[in-house]
Design a protein around this ligand. Structure first.
Ligand code: AMP
Ligand code: ZN
Length: 129
C-alpha cells in the first residue's frame, strides 16, 4: 500500500474558503445586502468613494473577467442590469453614475472575486486612469 492511500482525505483549502466576498455570500462576514437572488448579491462598499457606492457581486467565485466564460454571459448581463436598477432606486440614474470592474494588479483590483462598483451621487469627472 502506498503511503498516500493510508492518509486520511484532506479537504482542499480553496480560494473561495478565504475569499471575503464568498464569506459575505455565506453570511460569515456581516454586510447589509441591498439586493440578493440566486446569482447575485449587492451591498454597500465598506469604504465608499462617493455618496452612492455599491458592489454588485456574482455568487459564483471567479477572480475577475479573465475567468468569465461563455457560460457566465447571463450573469454578467444581470450584473449590469442590477447596477442600473440600483442606480435608479438610489436616485442617481438621471444625475449619472459610473460602473467599474477592476481586473488584476494594473486594474487596481484588491478583492480577487469579480465585482462591479456602482458609484454616483457626485460629479466624477472625465479622468479614468
Ligand atoms: P477592488 O479594488 O475593485 O477589488 O475593490 C474592492 C472593494 O471592496 C473596495 O472598494 C473595498 O472597500 C471593498 N470591500 C472590501 N471588503 C469589504 C467588505 N467586507 N464589505 C464591503 N466592501 C468591502
Ligand atoms: Zn469569492
Amino acid at each position: 500500500m502506498f503511503l498516500s492511500e493510508r492518509l486520511p482525505a484532506r479537504r482542499e483549502i480553496t480560494m473561495a474558503d478565504e475569499c471575503v466576498f464568498c464569506r459575505i455570500i455565506r453570511k460569515e462576514v456581516p454586510s447589509k445586502p441591498i439586493y440578493e437572488d440566486h446569482d447575485l448579491i449587492a451591498f454597500p462598499d465598506i469604504s465608499p468613494v462617493a455618496p452612492v457606492h455599491v458592489l454588485v457581486v456574482p455568487k459564483e467565485h471567479m477572480v475577475n473577467l479573465n475567468e468569465a466564460g461563455v457560460k457566465d454571459v447571463p450573469v454578467l448581463g444581470k450584473m449590469l442590469r442590477l447596477a442600473s436598477k440600483i442606480a435608479n432606486e438610489m436616485g442617481v440614474a438621471e444625475s449619472g453614475y459610473r460602473v467599474v470592474i477592476n481586473n488584476g494588479d494594473d486594474g487596481g483590483q484588491i478583492v480577487p472575486h469579480l465585482h462591479l462598483h456602482l458609484i454616483g451621487g457626485k460629479g466624477l469627472g472625465h479622468k479614468l486612469g
